[in-house]
Design a protein around this ligand. Sequence first.
Ligand code: ZN
Ligand code: ZN
Length: 199
Amino acid sequence: MKATYRAMQIAQAGILELVERVTPMPGDDEVLLAVEACGICGADIADIDRANPALQPPRVPGHEIVGRIVALGARVPALWKPGQRVGVGRLGGHCNACAQCRRGQFQLCENQPFVGSTCDGGYAEAMVVRATALVAIPPELAAEEAAPLLCAGIATFNALRNYAGNANPVIGRRSDSLVAAHNGNAGLVGQKNRQIYPL
Ligand SMILES: [Zn+2]
Ligand SMILES: [Zn+2]
């Protein structure tokens, strides 16, 4: 990978700027990715406009990322290999150490960065991310098709999956109805999920 990479970063509220950055080395639990594609999510608007108070510029937005592993930190499991295609969503990787992680509730990790908000995201040629944030992407799936699945896709898929077969863990029974009202990316990907995952 080149010594520098291009990124679109939030300079101030509502302003994206193209910058050239020094390519970082991954930390012990991180990987360096060459980004192949990054979806555009409605939450990016809040990030870019700084409606999200957690975001401190300069910050690279984007949390629907497909890329290829370029370098790995010393403690990254052998599961992940150089050249492998992977995806990254909004959750930037759990810590494996906090109380929630020890209960196996990784999505509730108390030390988890949010990609594109509290750590840099995918509007860039490269990015560093915790290995615990990665999912494998099969080679037959094009990067631009896979990227929206990392946020809008998983959200709508889980809604359909829980509706279709599983008792709702909160209310203790299967839902009687599912109503989807979303005009953005989630709505479109949800319709696709509905086609391939009939109830
Ligand atoms: Zn999103
Ligand atoms: Zn944790």
